[in-house]
Design a protein around this ligand. Sequence first.
Ligand SMILES: [Cu+2]
Length: 321
Amino acid sequence: MNTATKLSGFALGLAAVFGAAYGVGQVAGPDTPAVATRHDPTDAGHADGDHPTGAAPTNHLPGGLLVSDRGYTMQPMTAPAGEFAFRITGPDGRPVTRYDVAHDKRMHLIVARRDLSGFRHVHPELAADGTWRVASPLAGPGVWRAFADFTPTGGEPLTLGVDVTVPGALPARPLPAPATSTNVDGYTVTLTGTPQPGRTAELTLTVSRDGQPVTDLQPYLGAYGHLVALRQGDLAYLHVHPDGAPGDGRTPAGPAATFYAEVPSAGSYRLYLDFRHGDAVHTAEFTVVAGDPGVPATTAPAATTTPTADAGHGAPGHGHN
Ligand SMILES: [Cu+2]
């Protein structure tokens, strides 16, 4: 019963990701590498001549949008209740068992619901057969996006994403309004700086508690903070790099942590700052809007279908009516 439910959820997830490839997901179980065998990395539909055969065909995309990229495929596995399991298969079709350490870990698993709620960042354990397992971070029903952020030994850093459905009612949860201050676990975190489409922007997050700056942040994943950004609409996953590292002689342990972020387009993003203090990891979340919110992220379809509809569409998220 549980297995059947999970299989169903897996197929639904693939349908959302692949659209036309739904048939593949429908017949494939999590243990069947059907996706890998249907997606030769060298032929990924790039007839436009942009990429020589065999070169990384999807380098221009933000991370996390693909379940299979450059020959590597993320495959959720059936798992006991309360556990989340997956594996990564490599260009040879076999599970990858060797990974480089990046940000202190060999695998970063990030999950969020499609509505950008429920963010978790966890670190699974690798079994000898290439299966990654972790206590399930999927906190309740909904369609979740699970991102595997890793570097296969001998390969480039990669973030793959897959949809996973947890059955049950999903209450509508609109994206929280943009804000520059938020509270979490008794801490107040403020954000200065705004992401800019197509270029690097400096973002500084400042942590205080009870009105006092926190100056004894604890290192977490090799930094005084770890920042992930997800784009509303498709959950593109953005790496955000910290400025400085603990022990480098110039990076203070708070109250501020600085990051350099480049977002690929105008639009709304949810930022998730993980920081460690009091021997616990806390996550502060912010909604930010990059660029002119009145400009649709994708202008071409609107322009061709509603050529005179430019006026009166200044509201965010409304390309046309
Ligand atoms: Cu991590």
